[in-house]
Design a protein around this ligand. Sequence first.
Ligand SMILES: NC(=O)C1=CN([C@@H]2O[C@H](COP(=O)(O)OP(=O)(O)OC[C@H]3O[C@@H](n4cnc5c(N)ncnc54)[C@H](OP(=O)(O)O)[C@@H]3O)[C@@H](O)[C@H]2O)C=CC1
Ligand SMILES: CC(C)=CCC[C@@H](C)[C@H]1CC=C2C3=C(CC[C@@]21C)[C@@]1(C)CC[C@H](O)C(C)(C)[C@@H]1CC3
Length: 623
Amino acid sequence: MPSRKYDIGDTVMGRWPGSSLYYEVKVKAFNPSTQLYTVKYVDGTELELKEADIKRSQLFKSKREGSRSKSPSRRRSRSRSPGRPVRRSTSRGRDPKKEKESKIYDVLEVKLSPLPKSVINNANVQYEKKISTNNEVSSEVFHKVEVGQYEEKQKAVTITAQNKVEALPEIDRADVRYNLRPRKEDNDKVSESFERNVEEVTMKSVRKSKTAELEFGGRIGAFIMIFVLPVIVFLLLVTCAKKDPSIYNFPPSLPAFSTLWDSQVFGIVGLWLLFQVFLHLLPVGKVVDGLPLESGKKLKYRTNGFYAILVCAVMVGAAVFYGIDFTYVHDHFLQFASSAFIFSVLLSLYLYIRSRWASKDELAPNGNSGNLFYDFFIGHELNPRVKSLDLKYFCELRPGLIGWVLINFSMALAEMKEQNIEYPSLAMILVNAFQLIYVLDALWNEEAILTTMDIVHDGFGYMLAFGDLVWVPFVYSLQAYYLVNHPNQLSWPFGAVIIILNGTGYLVFRKANSQKNVFRRNPHDPRVAHLKTISTATGKSLLVSGMWGFVRHPNYLGDIIMALAWSLPCGFSHILPYFYVLYFTCLLVHREARDEHQCRKKYGSAWDEYCRQVRYRIIPGIY
Ligand SMILES: NC(=O)C1=CN([C@@H]2O[C@H](COP(=O)(O)OP(=O)(O)OC[C@H]3O[C@@H](n4cnc5c(N)ncnc54)[C@H](OP(=O)(O)O)[C@@H]3O)[C@@H](O)[C@H]2O)C=CC1
Ligand SMILES: CC(C)=CCC[C@@H](C)[C@H]1CC=C2C3=C(CC[C@@]21C)[C@@]1(C)CC[C@H](O)C(C)(C)[C@@H]1CC3
């Protein structure tokens, strides 16, 4: 077992979790089994830190003193707020450098175990439940009282530009990546080439670290899911095609090979994918910036999804007019699903192979475990691109999502044919309309996807390739597929109740997503400026009123309500059409746990405070 570096009682510098700032701390204890030090900050906060997050004080002191005399501007900034983190709130304006700082949470691996009692009731310092409106000036979570004594001891230290060269060899570079960046005031003293070198060295060391916390059941879970997910899709589709799709007839017998494969269908799916690529690459629609990557770079994305679906609608309308029979999709549904599956596997293989050559800083934080199956499943590369075509962004919104609407439409035509009716049933109309609205909404708000977990955090691998190309179009259309051969006479009053339910879900979903997107892009936007917030050490704030003060994931709540409204038109004879709402609830509960874990890492005690104030995760009063 490695010996410990610091002794109990040592005064050292401890990094504040989720930030690049070091504060004076006292070592209180050391746990040999976890290799974590319990340290106490001057403000009374006790946390557990890894050795890598602790530095000797001398290193900081000598540098600081040297630099202080040289930089009046720094003197100015330090005296402004002793003991506060030097960084100011990023929410004030959109300074890219600061935004970059606020992205560090993804790569820092600070074990955060706040000991809240001592945080809140320390003799010198009191934890103030800092709820502010966006218009307030301060952004610190910890507001210090009885500052006199505190000012003496507490120094928010950043390693300044002048001492970078000396500090570099001594300090864990991954840790100080952002500390090494000059503050605005120091710009005149830093040569550009030096900054580039520091960035290069530190970026590499940051991204070299392997994914330590495996999700989705780890390596074994990922391995199993690679095979189980397609089996689930085929079982669902085969069961749904049966006259009696009851649970007692499960599992269904294996379908003949001819019902699974057709080269013409394979060609159609290939053409569909190419056509969507073509539409996406057309120089039509706004080009928007993604969120800053860890390198500080922002990728560009073209948003023309709404135009794409309009073009598809016109083309489908014209095709119907000229007599093309779209019930072909229903009649060859399994073959379409297996063709899409083959494309998703080919795409995943391509993604995995190309990720071997991707530079370290292009890898996803969570898909770099070193295990073939895990990385293949989660996705090794974060934003794989072929020239200007961003594969993940494209797949998430285009072929599958628009394909889903087209499949639903084909099912409505198939229902009329199979049931020998002039118009689709009310149930079919509702399912089609609700899901069309959902897809139109996604394409209309295309830009919003750039702040979702999938784009920001998850790599692009089998999970999303399969999810986007197979799971979404073929599982999400299950209700429409079910209704073709299992009609449900929906009464108008019950139909109205379902419409109200879907409308409510949609409003909750849309309002929550919009509030968060607007707030993240500009916290001073008049639409959100009145909302209450909790500030965090990263400079970003958390909304605690409005939709995000209702539950911690109001957008998931809205989505689940809609999912229920999509299943209800199918009646209560079978569980099969409820698969979607059941699966989706599990997906979002799991997703919420993943997100919560990330947020706790990012925001530390501010997140705990948020959880204290907004008690429920998704369903108020229940969960
Ligand atoms: N139909 C489908 O199959 C699926 C649909 N979805 C939908 O996609 C949408 C996006 O979901 P997803 O990407 O999972 O996550 P969210 O859009 O919910 O984003 C979560 C992030 O929001 C930020 N955040 C959390 N709490 C607050 C707060 N109080 N104030 C401000 N920001 C906060 C945090 O990021 P930070 O602080 O870094 O900004 C957090 O990581 C949802 O509507 C979901 O329902 C998702 C999965 C599948
Ligand atoms: C079981 C399995 C294969 C899981 C993969 C999950 C994917 C199917 C989903 C992960 C996140 C998604 C999102 C949407 C579709 C489903 C997937 C890909 C989404 C595009 C649907 C439309 C919404 O408005 C949305 C844009 C918010 C949403 C983003 C996340």
